[in-house]
Design a protein around this ligand. Structure first.
Ligand SMILES: NC(=O)c1ccc[n+]([C@@H]2O[C@H](COP(=O)([O-])OP(=O)(O)OC[C@H]3O[C@@H](n4cnc5c(N)ncnc54)[C@H](OP(=O)(O)O)[C@@H]3O)[C@@H](O)[C@H]2O)c1
Length: 312
C-alpha cells in the first residue's frame, strides 16, 4: 500500500482560502477503524458549499470534503469488515468534520460503513450517493404516511438535480404519476425519459400566492417531504393546508438516519428502488481532475442528475 496519495484539500488561513489537489500521507488521515481505498465519490450540493469560503459546511481547516465514498477496505480493526470488502460510506461527520471522499484513501468509523448491497456496483452506489439515499428516505416516509400510486400525481421540485432526478425515476417505476418542476427548459426531455408525465416551470411552483389555500392538485399522500434549501431557507405557507386538508410536512434528514433503516434503504436502492436510468441518464462520470469544475456547476444549480467522481 502506498503511503502517499492524492486528495482535494480546502484550507482557510490568514492568507485566504485555497482549494486544490495535494499529496497526503496515511498518517494525516483522521482516526477510524476502517481504511478504505476510495474508488468513486460524487458531488452533492453540500460538497459545493464545502469548496467555497462562505459555505459554512466545513468546521476546521485544512480539510478534505466529499460526503460520499465507495471503495474497497484496505485495513480494518473492526470485525464487521475485512480487507477486500466492497463498502460505501455517506453521512454522519463524513465530508463535514471528518475527512471525506475526495481522497484516494479515507479512514472512517466502522459505524458509518455500509457493506455494498448485492445488486449495486461501487459506481452505481456513488451515482446514488447521499442524493439517492435522501430520495429513498423521502419516498419511504411518504409511503409510511399513506402515499399510494392511486392517490394521484406526485410533484417533485428541483427535478433535474440529484435528489429530484433519482426521486422521479424511483417513483415512476413504483407506478406513480409524477409531475416534475424544473427551472431548466433544456431538461424537459430528460425528465420525461426518467418518467415524469408532466413538466411544470419552477416559476409556477415557486410563485408567491396571496390566497390562503390553492386548488387541490397533488396527492403526495397528503404529505410534503421537505429535504432541501437550494432555493433558500424560507417556507411560505399558511396553516390552512394543515388544518383544513390534513397535510403533513415530513422533515427528511439523511445524516443521522439510524443504521438499521439506512442499511434497509440501501438494500432497497439495490432492488425495487433501483432507478432504471441510473447510469445511462442520471449518472455522469468525470475524472478526479474535473472535480473543481463539477463543484462550481452544482453551486450554480446547473447540474443534471448526478456527477460521479472516479477517484482511483
Ligand atoms: N435533508 C437531507 O438530508 C439532504 C440530503 C441531501 C440533499 N439535501 C439538500 O437537498 C437539496 C438538493 O440536493 P441535490 O444534491 O439534489 O442538489 P442539486 O443536484 O444541485 O439539485 C438542486 C436542484 O434545485 C433546483 N434549483 C436550483 N436553483 C434553484 C432555486 N433558486 N430555486 C429552486 N430550485 C432551484 C435545480 O433543479 P431544476 O433546475 O430542475 O429546478 C437544481 O438542479 C440541496 O439543498 C441539498 O443540500 C438535503
Amino acid at each position: 500500500m502506498s503511503t502517499a496519495f492524492r486528495a482535494f484539500v480546502v484550507n482557510k488561513t490568514e492568507e485566504g482560502f485555497t482549494a486544490g489537489f495535494k499529496e497526503l500521507t496515511l498518517a494525516e488521515l483522521p482516526q477510524g477503524e476502517v481504511l478504505i481505498k476510495v474508488a468513486y465519490s460524487s458531488v452533492n450540493y453540500k460538497d459545493g458549499l464545502a469548496s467555497i469560503p462562505e459555505g459554512r459546511i466545513v468546521r476546521t481547516y485544512p480539510f478534505v470534503p466529499g460526503v460520499d465514498l465507495a471503495g474497497i477496505v484496505a485495513e480494518s480493526s473492526d470485525s464487521r469488515f475485512k480487507t477486500g470488502d466492497e463498502v460505501l460510506a455517506t453521512s454522519y461527520e463524513l465530508g463535514v468534520s471528518h475527512y471525506g471522499g475526495y481522497s484516494e484513501y479515507a479512514r472512517v468509523k466502522a459505524d458509518w460503513v455500509v457493506p455494498l448491497p448485492d445488486g449495486l456496483t461501487l459506481k452505481e452506489a456513488m451515482a446514488l450517493g447521499t442524493a439517492g439515499f435522501t430520495a429513498a428516505l423521502a419516498i419511504h416516509q411518504l409511503e409510511k404516511n399513506g402515499l399510494k400510486p392511486q392517490n394521484g400525481p406526485v410533484l417533485v421540485t428541483g427535478a433535474s438535480g440529484g435528489v429530484g432526478s433519482i426521486g422521479i425515476n424511483i417513483l415512476s417505476a413504483l407506478g406513480y404519476t409524477v409531475a416534475a418542476s424544473t427551472g431548466k427548459s433544456s431538461e424537459h426531455d430528460y425528465l420525461k425519459e426518467l418518467g415524469a408525465s408532466e413538466i411544470i416551470s419552477r416559476e409556477e411552483t415557486s410563485a408567491e400566492s396571496n390566497r390562503p389555500l390553492e386548488k387541490e392538485r397533488w396527492a403526495g399522500g397528503g404529505s410534503i417531504a421537505a429535504f432541501g434549501n437550494t432555493g433558500g431557507p424560507n417556507l411560505n405557507t399558511t396553516v390552512f393546508p394543515f388544518i383544513l386538508r390534513a397535510i403533513n410536512l415530513l422533515g427528511i434528514e439523511s445524516v443521522n438516519c439510524p443504521m438499521e433503516l439506512r442499511s434497509n434503504l440501501w438494500r432497497r436502492l439495490a432492488s425495487n428502488y433501483k432507478p432504471g436510468h441510473l447510469l445511462d441518464r442520471i449518472g455522469n462520470e468525470v475524472t478526479f481532475e474535473e472535480l473543481p469544475q463539477a463543484l462550481a456547476t452544482i453551486l450554480k444549480g446547473g447540474t443534471r442528475g448526478r456527477t460521479i467522481i472516479k477517484i482511483s
